[in-house]
Structures are given as C-alpha cells and as structure tokens.
Design a protein around this ligand. Sequence first.
Ligand code: PLP
Length: 278
Amino acid sequence: KVVFLNGRFINEDEAMISPFDRGFTFGEGIYEVCISVDGKIVDLEDHLARLDHSLEAAGINPPPERSMLSGLMHDILARNSIENGFVYIQVTPGKTPRNFVALPAERSTLLISTGPAQLEGSKAFKNGMRVQVLPDIRWKRRDIKTTMLMPQVMAKRAALNAGFDDVIFYDDLGITEGSSSNVFMVTADGALVTRPVSHQILSGCTRNTLIELAILNGMTVIERPISHDDLSNAKEIFLTSSTYLVVPVVELEFGEKAITYSCNETKKLQGIYIKYLH
Ligand code: PLP
C-alpha cells in the first residue's frame, strides 16, 4: 500500500514520523475522511473547507501541499487502484521540543492514505445498528475534527463490549452526535430533526448534504436539539457520516430504557442519498 507523507508517495512500511511530532507528544492534530465513489470524491470541497476550518481553529499551519490536496487525493486512490473506498488526511503541526507552546520551525506533517470501504454494502447500511446512549465526555470544541479521539474510542469500546454497534452522545441540551456520525430523528409526522451546527458538534458533510436533499424532496427539516423524551416519541433515528452514509438505528438503549424503531423513511432517504452518490 502506498501512502503520501510529507511530500512523497512511499510504501506504508517505509512511512516514518518523528517521536517529537506534536501529534504524538500533545495529541495535536486534525483529520478528514472522504469517500470515493466510482473514482469521484464525494463532497470534496466541503471536506477541504472543513479541513481549513479545523487547521485555523486549532492554530496548525496548513501543510505546504494545501493547494494540491485535491490532486493528491485522486493520485493516492489511483496509485492504490481504489475507485470505491476512503481517503484519510491527517495534519499535525510537525516536530518541536516537548514544550506546550513551542512553534514548529519546519513543515506541518501531512499524511494521506486510502483503503477500501463497504459503504452501501455494509451490514449496518442494510440492517441498521443497535446503539447505546452515553454522556458526552468530550471537550467543548467538537466543531474541530481533531485526532484527539480518546473519548470516542473509550465510549465505542464500552458499547461494543456491551453488545452494541455504536454510541450516541448526549449533553445538557440533548443528543449531540454519534461517536463518528451525526444523528437525525424522524418525527411521528415525518419531519427530520437534527441538532444545529455549533461548537458542540461536528458540521458533518453528509449531514449537510442530506438536509439539502431532504428539502429538495419536499421534507421538513428542523434544526434543534433532540431531547431524551424525543427519543421515546421518535418514529425513526438514523446516523450519517461519510463512511456510514445513512444508517438506520433499529434499537437504542438509554439507561434502563430500550427503544426499537422502524426504518421506512430512513430507507427512502438511503435511496435518495445513493442516487446523489452515483
Ligand atoms: N461527527 C463526528 C464526531 C464525526 O467524527 C464524524 C465523521 O467522522 C461525523 C460527525 C460525520 O461527518 P461527515 O459526514 O463529514 O463524515
């Protein structure tokens, strides 16, 4: 497998990063995950705009290849003979002495890699997921797509160990988002509800596209937090992300409560989204 690291396409076994990289010492880093469908990168400009937002908000210098990223992403797919799969981009500030505020003298570290993805072929896409609702223990700048992912890893591991497929987080206002996805509810009268974009959630590219598609298809979309009571009254719940696409939640556990959902509307939205992808 070929990766792109700091200006060069190299075999993944030869890719090396300094132990003094601030991504390693301080967990300072941001990332993007896009998908390629039939060789075309989905919502590419939105992902690059979010990458710029994350870099700016985190105070990380853009990598010198910033203006070439789109070309490099297509190159990494071609060099690995992948038409349908993911492209991963990670940027860290590069290396400095282990000092909290030291500014790197050299370039930001840039890694681009790729691999296959199941997308609409996944079991979750077809059959839905069982999710556990857990408190959101993350920091308060969730609009930055940071590689500092310990809370998500810990929560998702706990959920998997308890027999679930994924996690939905909540804070004082209600549901925030999934461990790596945005959350939508279909109300009894068929409207879509999802949390408005703020510092509390990631502005999901799939979320944003799905909202546009739903409106184009005559649906009502309401951006407001989903409360705990809403979960009991909802007709359907689903998750969106670049790699999940649109995944139905068929069962949800919240404390002592277990709620099951149908997925007719979600299946319709899956159809609309798949048409958009191809
Ligand atoms: N929310 C979080 C916390 C995520 O990590 C992700 C994606 O990984 C998303 C939402 C969905 O974002 P997107 O649709 O841009 O993949």
